[in-house]
Design a protein around this ligand. Structure first.
Ligand code: SME
Length: 155
């Protein structure tokens, strides 16, 4: 199956997860596992959520993959924090070339971070790491942005 077909299948399954039972956190965790287990080169999949009490800080939410030491990230720090402060997606083809980067694993080669908005406000991010260089492109961004729109309803 090519990537575009996988994305369609994933979106259908994500809609079923969102319509199903469980808390928002349960659903986000299922979505992370679904993506990690089914989309080639998605090796770590997680949500960072904007802290409701500290508005310029991200807190690690549900994720699938190896645990990370980066449980809180200030806006501006690393790829996640830069995407948050710019309120824009950030695609990095080669993380070794980034100076403002927070490493979770020496195996990670590329990364994409896509903000999640509600009513025009950033409320979180979807962060994907890959052990393959330059794994992500604008189609991934479009796909992840759509997931963000769906998940914004349950965060
Ligand atoms: N690499 C990210 C940190 C989060 S981990 O990838 C899970 C960054 O530079 O913001």
């Amino acid at each position: 199956m090519d990537r575009d077909n996988i994305f369609e299948t994933m979106l259908a399954r994500i809609n079923r997860i969102l319509d199903g039972d469980g808390t928002g956190n349960d659903k986000m965790e299922r979505i992370c596992n679904l993506l990690k287990n089914n989309v080639p080169e998605y090796d770590w999949v997680g949500f960072y959520l904007v802290d409701k009490n500290v508005p310029d800080e991200l807190v690690l939410g549900p994720f699938a993959g190896e645990p990370t030491e980066h449980k809180r990230i200030k806006f501006g720090q690393g790829i996640c924090g830069q995407a948050a402060s710019r309120r824009e997606s950030f695609i990095v083809g080669d993380v070794s070339k980034e100076e403002n980067y927070l490493s979770c694993s020496p195996f990670v080669k590329s990364e994409i971070v896509v903000p999640v908005f509600r009513n025009g406000q950033i409320i979180g991010e979807l962060d994907i790491d890959s052990q393959t260089p330059a794994a992500f492109n604008r189609n991934d961004e479009k796909f992840l942005r759509r997931i963000g729109e769906l998940v914004a309803e349950i965060i």
